[in-house]
Every structure is written in structure tokens, then in C-alpha cells.
Write a new protein. Sequence first.
Length: 328
Amino acid sequence: MIQIDEIKELLRLRSDGNLRHRESQTLEFKESFNFAGLSEYFRDFAAFANNKGGWLIFGVKDRPKRELIGLSDKSVEQFDKIDPEKISGFLLNLFSGDIVWEHDIVEINSMNFGVFFIEEAKVKPIICKKDEGEIRNGEIYFRYGGRTQKIQYAELENIINHRIEKQNRQWMDLVSKIGKSGPQNAAILDLNNGSIAKDNSQILVVDEKLLKGINWIKEGSFDEKSGEPTLKLVGEVQPIDTVEVIRTERINRLREYPLSAKELAEKIKNKIHINTNDIWRIINQNGIKNNPDYSIFNLEIRSKKNNMIWMELFLMVYLPYIRNLQLI
């Protein structure tokens, strides 16, 4: 939600009457608002979303000096007519990804200012899908210091690398969790079609109408106060008050971690063309030696170089990552 204190800070004046804040990667000023300029504004939306997010504030004169003039009554009337549902639909039709934004009219010193706040996109890059005004099909816009323009090579490469790294981390985390519980105990919940699948069978299928009304609870997004609809399970549930330990069994860790570091490297080299130094680099970069999900120390082996033994699961998790590095 847009906070008036944040806008007051962005529009704070210096002693000489000039604005303290200049246009930047996260801030753009416009003198007036009108619907004829929507394509220009949307270009800024995409640029902010592809960088760190930012503010688009209307009612600020830029030349000959930056000063607060506020919006005219006509501009306020047009700004007040903005339909968020229509604008969001237009953005989805125009760009490849979801641009999250909000708007408000803020009154400061008896002047009205139109404000858009655009969040940083969770999935980048946001790419234009069609021609519209100043926007061109296939172009990617990025917010640089005080201006919006087509993205340059360095920034695009950084976005692509970040996206690959994020996807690799998600795969590694998923396979790690499957490894802990065992593939025989794992099933996949597809949030798109509402089914839980194991092997070739569907365990649970949620009706499409019901699926639209369900807000699946994801990690970090639970809100006890929202009162949103969720999935209701019908049937008897028997609570367990106590758990009795029948037997404690010592696990043979050597069965889980059968490979020495040297043996692991040889096995990887047999599956993919890569040199040993690159394997050790990947292990060090990802902190594998200190991750108990993939490695333990074998105190019975005296050689310092070979006292690390590894799980076979390492090959499942990190071979796709290694292959990606070879393709980049």
C-alpha cells in the first residue's frame, strides 16, 4: 500500500526550493497525466519491473528547474478514473510477465499528485509481446539512472544468469527433499490443475470450479486474518497424543554415502565431459562439503584427501546444474 510519508520524502524540497531527490533507477517524475500517454507510462512500468521496482509520480515540473506544481483538475479527474482491472488486463496482454502495481492520489501542501508504484518482477525479464504506441514487439525495457531505455547486454545477461541460478536452486531443493523422504514416499502437487500425482496414478483431483476458489497456502504467505477459502478435508481424523519408541536402530551411513571424493569425481567425469578442477569448484561454490544431505566425514579413513564420502543423490542433484554450466 502506498504510504503518504514515503511520497512526502520523495517530494521533499531543499532550502533553494528545488527537489531534494532526482530521477533515478527507482524514481521518475511527470508533469501531467493523460490517457493518451499510457503506452509511455507502461514502458516505464516494464522498465521498473525489470530492475528494482520504482515510483512514477505525476505533478512535478522538470524544466527549467524541478518544482512541485501538482496535477490540474482535468488530470486529477482522469487519474481518478483509472480502472485497475482494465489496466492489469492490458498489461498482461502487452507484456510476457506479470507486472504488479498500485496507484493513488496524494495531497501535499494543497496540491494533488498522482502516484504509481511498480514492484520488482519476480520472474524476469518482462518482454513486450506486441506493438503499442512507443512500445515495440520483442523489446525489453530497463530502468537506468534517470531514464528508461532498451536493455543493454550486461543487464540482460545478469537477469538470465540469475534466473538460471534460481531455477537450479529450486531443483536442488526439490530433489534434496525427495531424497530425504525417499522417492517411494513422495508425490507431486500440481497447483495448476489441482492434482496430486504419484508414479502414473493421480491420488487426488480437485474439481476445476473448486480449484478457482481455493487459495493454496504456500511457504511464507500464510495469513491467519484474511479468512480466505481453503481446502476442506471431509472424514474422521484420529489424533495421536503420544508416540512410543519401539526400537532404536543405528544407521550404517556408509551405505548412504558409498563414494569417496575421488570416486565421485570419476563417476561424474564418466557421465559428462568435465575436468576435475571444475568439479571441485562447483562443490566449493555450493558448500557441498558442509551439507549433511550430501556428505559426511569418514573418520576411519586416514587420508585427508579421501576422508569425505558422498551420497549417490549428489549425482541426481548436481549433474543437471553441471550440464547447465557447460551450456552457458
